[in-house]
Design a binder for this molecule. Sequence first.
Ligand code: SAH
Ligand code: SF4
Length: 390
Amino acid sequence: MKNMTVIPTTSSHIKHKTDLLALTLPELQQWFVERGEPAFRAKQVFGWLYQRLSTDFAEMTNLPQTLRAQLAGEACIGPMVVRSELHSKDDRTRKILLELADGKLIESVLMLYPPSSESGPRATVCVSTQAGCAFGCTFCATGQMGFDRHLSAGEIVAQVLYFARELRSAPWTAAGLPGSKPIDHVTNIVLMGMGEPLHNYDNVLRALRILNSPQGFNLGARHMTVSTVGLVPAIRKLIREPLQVNLAISLHAPTDELRGQTMPINRKYPLGELLAACKEYIAATRRQVTFEYVLLAGVNDTPQHAHQLGELLAPLQQLAHVNCIPVNATSADYRPPGPEAIRAFRDILFEHGVSNSVRAERGDDIAAACGQLRTRFEKNNRNPIGMQGL
Ligand code: SAH
Ligand code: SF4
């Protein structure tokens, strides 16, 4: 288990360099052409970056030596420093704290799932899209920090590549499942780390297109999930994108009154408008929408709330799925309900014909809820967080 890895680069000398992870293949072709190089160099470099997962231009041995030196002078590959890496006791959750070139801190999480009857083993990266967040949901550690800035496409892509390299060099097998096939690559990404992906629309879509590129990382759109607080115009825009990713809506309350109390965005885009946009997404894609519902004991988890939620979503029939998430305690005064209250809540949803599941708690021992690790790190005066208790 490691605690700290440093990717060799410093913030001062990368400022003027082009981060290649921020470029789509056509943009990289253009970049080479502008430098008098043939466009095919871009495909070669894409192969190194996304298939070989290279971090060093010196390794790119099918490029002329002079070009490798030029690249080292003019370009960089996702410059960021890993300040802390924590693995949960069962090693199914790994969390990194990344320091960006300007000193901002973000978190990314790798979640590993053993094979099940429905699917092979999965390795899902939970990606941050902003440093901080502007939307101030009351139960969210990131929301309580306020907004720092949008992440570039390269900073979003780099988080996925970090874990892809880690899995490539040390494939993971679930403990206690001898004989199951080790997993050596990222199978899914979810934009559920810090920040609101649809507030950073252009960079997020660019990052998803880069990761989707068949000449590069080649991750299918069906393996990507965008989670949103409910920015209605941006959801409508997403519906029209050629890249058809999965949509998750952070719902967290069944009435405008309650949602407005925990999620300020509801005052701008109330439930009626949000549900209308979800129906448009379903009509256009025929794909299921996941509704995330953070369960806050005594706040939104009563049988009455469950009935209201069931009535709200029943018209979407099998194209709505509720993911019940017992809240991860942050500094705010919320607690998760006990197992009986969760069971009762879910049973009422089933009575309304609404499919649902409960998210298994994971990574409690490593401050896995978004924003928690950074909060702890900053309270610790930015000293790396040790592995005590892990
Ligand atoms: N901004 C986006 C994506 C990032 S948050 C969004 O809100 O959807 C990802 C998910 O984590 C959201 O569903 C969010 O509501 C949930 N979340 C935030 N704080 C949480 C906490 N303390 N415990 C459990 N889930 C939390
Ligand atoms: Fe922002 Fe999402 Fe947290 Fe709300 S839940 S504050 S939108 S990151």
